[in-house]
Design a protein around this ligand. Structure first.
Ligand SMILES: [Zn+2]
Length: 205
């Protein structure tokens, strides 16, 4: 009789494991990444051959071009790393000062970190909100200055990252600004859920 079941909830008796694949093992990881690299090179080579066979002049492959591509990939990795580190710096400050549970996430407009279950005092909020702005400005400005003497292309990529950092901090900057200059009461409390910030003032003050 034909077996019509599409699955079992548990491994029935009499079965034994005959195959185990672990992409996290170093050997498997290296082998499959080398295969991926070979496939990538083959795709590029075949594509180039088709291009020439179609009567187009051979696309120039220069060391400069390859190095620029590598630098661009490095830049994309640095950008992703920056976003993660930026939020971790907020989180580190909140955790050090409160010990409370954090929330991390990404919404349509920004990545965020908050400490949603508590109300923090003004000073705590100012430190946590301004930390990435200060830290990464201190790190990225000397980096850009150094890249200026390495290669103009790398300098432009560094500058681009610094611009993304400074522009991306506009929300943090705005929040810190109003706490510094508008809500100066040290008893003011903030609630930071991540994507949303609230400020509360005590009555009678
Ligand atoms: Zn931020």
């Amino acid at each position: 009789m034909e077996n019509k079941r599409t699955f079992e909830r548990e491994l029935p008796e009499g079965y034994r494991e005959v195959f185990h694949f672990n992409a996290k093992s170093i050997k498997v990881g290296i082998i499959f990444n080398l295969i991926a690299l070979a496939v990538l090179i083959a795709v590029m080579a075949v594509g180039r051959w088709i291009y020439i066979a179609a009567g187009e002049p051979a696309p120039r492959i220069s060391l400069e071009g390859i190095l620029r591509s590598v630098a661009m990939l490095g830049f994309i990795a640095a950008m992703v790393l920056y976003i993660v580190l930026h939020e971790l710096v907020h989180g580190f400050c909140y955790k050090r000062m409160t010990g409370e549970r954090l929330t991390f996430g990404i919404s349509w407009s920004c990545a965020f970190c908050g400490v949603p279950n508590i109300y923090t005092y003004r000073k705590t909020s100012i430190i946590a909100a301004s930390a990435p702005l200060i830290l990464f400005t201190v790190l990225l400005v000397p980096m850009c200055a150094a890249l200026m003497y390495v290669h103009p292309y790398l300098y432009m990529l560094g500058l681009f990252l610094f611009g993304l950092h400074l522009g991306g901090c506009s929300g943090d900057f705005y929040f810190v600004w109003i706490l510094l200059f508008k809500y100066k009461n040290p008893d003011a409390l903030m609630r930071d859920t991540g994507p949303e910030q609230f400020i509360f003032l005590p009555d009678s003050k």
